[in-house]
Design a protein around this ligand. Structure first.
Ligand code: ATP
Ligand code: MG
Length: 425
């Protein structure tokens, strides 16, 4: 009997992992250009961290956490997202004591116990940023502009960036009252989950994916009519900067985000091509969070991109460099000839040439395999070549071959593959 992977946990196979890493490199590059530096965070945190930051009554904390007690009885959880950990690390390592504005990015797996389906897994990957210490609307516009740039930069088109203004702790209660009042009048149309949320956390009803609830949400009062003058001014300033910058977006008063810590700007990037799980990235401002977790009273904001969904949006013909070996080594004949081929392959790899090892027995089957693997060159080293201290270098694309001295084949290949500069430099 074979042992299968855990439900909702998936393998990323070589073809896909190649695309994945390339996309990740591009995003990483852009994060650096925008001044963000990587923070490597643990996958495991105290459960309390998420309960206190995301909110006790959020779906993630209530139902989706992989929590367990360790051998000393402490409740620990696999991280369901990155912001709580980043903020914890910011506080714990006193990152506020250097530059007042701290820019961090993280990448890696997150864990949520949800119903697995297309675009929704129990282990999924995010790349995200946190910009801590900047209260200005410029910071919001910059973060949104970065997200807009990134999606285009990796080749993802037809995404919609939707933004909303969630107000702040001062002005949101008035809206929540209005919303509770409205929801009370449509109780018979709400799903069981939303009936409960309507009292506890009414904004979450706007996020429900049940059709009847969507219809109720469509008629709900808009938060944009309830936010205070300061929150309104902040949002208008963000919008003005986005307009100036040519960043396209829509304002959607139903974007509430699942986590409690967001204030003012909240946003989502969605694509209809993703089906039901349509959000590829999301984020917002979380000005009270650092303080709520015991740190200084500094503002913050950020976003996270869902890597699996981002990859699903890439065009089929995304230009992906091949990670297949460009040279195949074919050793034939005596044990000495095969040893010499082994050593030459090793030397070439150490100088930066990707060499696939022949395998198989006969010369013919090794050549066939090299062709199938897409090698551009094949090196043949048999007893005759060993004796003359040569190899046969076959150019697969041009179907031509020549004999070259064994000692020179490395330089010749580096030059022909265009690797000579990169390797030396
Ligand atoms: P959704 O509404 O799809 O459940 P969310 O609001 O729970 O998303 P966030 O917590 O904001 O998602 O996470 C940011 C991004 O991470 C999402 O936009 C999505 O791309 C990705 N993501 C979240 N949960 C999952 C999951 N279970 N599987 C794959 N990707 C996910
Ligand atoms: Mg979710």
């Amino acid at each position: 009997m074979t042992v299968k992977s855990v439900k909702g946990f998936r393998d990323t196979l070589p073809g896909e992992s190649n695309v994945w890493r390339r996309v990740e490199e591009r995003i990483r590059g852009a994060f650096h250009t925008w001044g963000f530096q990587e923070i490597l965070l643990p996958f495991l945190e105290r459960t309390e961290l998420f309960a206190r930051s995301l909110g006790e009554t959020t779906e993630v904390v209530e139902k989706q956490m992989y929590s367990f007690q360790d051998l000393r009885g402490e409740s620990l959880s696999l991280r369901p997202e990155g912001t709580a950990s980043a903020v914890r690390a910011y506080i714990e390592n006193h990152l506020d004591q250097g530059d007042p504005i701290v820019r961090l990015f993280y990448t890696g797996p997150m864990f949520r116990y949800e119903r697995p389906q297309k675009g929704r897994y129990r282990q999924f990957n995010q790349m995200g940023i946190e910009l801590i210490g900047d209260p200005s609307p410029e910071a919001d516009a910059e973060v949104l502009s970065l997200l807009d740039y990134l999606l285009a930069h990796v080749g993802v088109t037809d995404v919609t960036l939707a933004i909303n203004n969630l107000g702040h702790a001062g002005c949101r209660p008035a809206y929540l009252d209005a919303l509770r009042g409205y929801l009370a009048s449509s109780r018979e149309d709400l799903c069981a989950d939303c009936l409960r949320k309507a009292e506890q956390n009414p904004m979450r009803v706007l996020d429900c994916k049940v059709e009847a609830c969507i219809a109720v949400a469509a008629g709900a009062p808009s938060i944009l009519d309830h936010v205070c003058a300061e929150c309104r001014a902040h949002f208008e300033a963000v919008r003005a900067l986005l307009d100036l910058n040519g960043v396209k977006y829509v304002v959607d008063p139903r974007i509430v985000r699942g986590l409690d810590y967001y204030v003012r700007t909240a946003f989502e990037a969605t694509s209809s091509r993703l089906g039901a799980q349509n959000a590829v990235a999301a984020g917002g401002r979380y000005d009270g969070l650092v303080k709520a977790l015991g740190g200084p009273d500094v503002p913050g904001l950020g976003f996270a991109i869902g890597m699996e969904r981002l990859l699903a949006l890439l065009p089929e013909d995304a230009d992906v460099p091949s990670d297949r070996p460009s040279v195949a080594m074919v050793g034939a004949g005596s044990n000495e000839a095969r040893q010499a081929a082994f050593l030459l392959a090793d030397r070439l790899r150490r100088s930066g040439v990707a060499v696939g090892w022949g395998g198989g027995r006969s010369l013919k089957s090794q050549l066939r395999r090299a062709d199938k693997a897409g090698a551009s060159y094949v090196i043949i080293l048999g007893d005759e070549e060993l004796e003359k201290d040569e190899v046969v270098l076959r150019d697969m694309r041009h179907q031509s071959q020549e004999r070259v001295p064994r000692a020179r084949v490395g330089d010749i290949l580096l030059r022909r593959l265009g690797l000579d500069e990169t390797v030396k430099g």
